[in-house]
Design a protein around this ligand. Sequence first.
Ligand code: ADP
Length: 503
Amino acid sequence: MTSPLRILLIDDNRSDRTLVLRELEREFDPLDVQEITSSGELNQAIAAGNFDAVVTDFQLRWSTGLDVLEMVKQRHPNCPVVMFTNTGTEEVAVEAMKLGLDDYIVKGPNRYIRVPIALRMAIERREMQQRAALLEIRLRGLLNRVKIGIFRFDAEGALIEANRAFLELLGAQSLAQASTMNWFDMRDCYRQLMHLPPPQQQEQEVNLQRSDGTEFWALLTTTLNTVEEVTVVDGLLEDISDRKQAEVDLQQLNTTLEIRVQERTIELQAANQDLEEFAYSVSHDLQAPLRAIQGFAQILLEDLSETLDASSSATLQRIVANAQHLNTLITDLLTYSRLRRAEIHSEPVSLSSVLDNVMAQLNSDIQQQQAQVHIDEPLPIVQANRLILTQVLSNLLFNAVKFVAEGVQPQVRIWAEERVEAGEPSTVRLYIEDNGIGIALDRHEQIFSPFTRLHGEADYPGTGIGLAIVRKGVERMGGQVGVESEPGQGSRFWVELPGVREP
Ligand code: ADP
């Protein structure tokens, strides 16, 4: 249930009171009217304050409407008061309005109905004013509590208002002090905003000076606005010193890191080179004694062939085979190491002539395996180093013939595809396809690393360096290498090299 509207009705005339009361009852429900007919009653009622609005006559036996109005407003400044009279003049009305009267109605036969209307309007106006005042208080509170500076200045660059955070950011005690500070060219900012398209807004990171001379970084957002037909600039000021400092720190850290990475890379390169040189000389020095072991074992085998028993002869043969394997390993390693270190000179090379060479080199292996090698001629010219390309293709063809299942005749097909794209240098892709045992997908990358072997020495002899030589060699010639294969489905290795355009 809503609480009743409480009204003080001040009038000496009983019939007037009755008529007003009747109109009030029509308009307000529930209603609680206290009728006042003496100054004692009025004093008491004002002191108690149990009313929401006042309707008063002007001419009273014991006072005047103006005095009543003054008394009420003194204690209850927001209380709506409506005056209803047949004796007051226009001057009285003006005087009363100045004192805060809400409405003034001249008594007359059809005028009573206007009392409740005037009263309702007065009450609503008061409520609106109260709500607006509350909102204003809340807004002020909020503006003063936010950490962002909020301010407004005019076309002349004069500060009109600012919140607490703004003053604190600038280290100013008051708006007046902030106005004297030369913290930012507001007039110029106004001019710039005038020339911008809507929304006339600007955001900038600025380095500002506080009143004590210290500096800070701020994000300054300014917007051109029209308030009550006056053009002003509304601004937001946010301290971003922490973020700026973090950016500087990060940049410094990045620079330090970059320098450290460069230093470490140089150190690593030097260490790598030392290591390579060491490995190269060790491999090189190992070759001579190894050849001696191999030679002496061979001599023993030949000279003592009549006298040696079967077991000693087998042991000597194993020594020869092991020395042979070690020798191949060292030769491969030296080739690999040389590939990494040597300077590479590329020239136009005929793939056909290189393959002829390779076929001749591997002739005995091809014969022994009864392999069939088919080359799709003609093959194009590529930009390469002849010696390295020979090593690369020799390793690939040797593997293609070697890695076949027992009892299967190796069949190898070699062909090339030339790729020419507008504006791009042409490339040549050479394919070497075999009908061998194939390679599982998850090993395609791995097999190009040194010493990776997927089979035992007994099944397929080798050193595990061949494909590492292939990759390193191709990369050093500016190309790429890869494989497409599945177990049991054969393998298709490819080598991509820069092509040579027909003149
Ligand atoms: P190696 O031939 O001395 O073992 P590679 O580096 O040439 O060493 O090859 C590494 C491994 O990759 C081989 O041991 C083999 O398992 C696999 N591989 C290479 N070529 C083929 C091929 N054509 N078919 C099947 N497997 C292959």
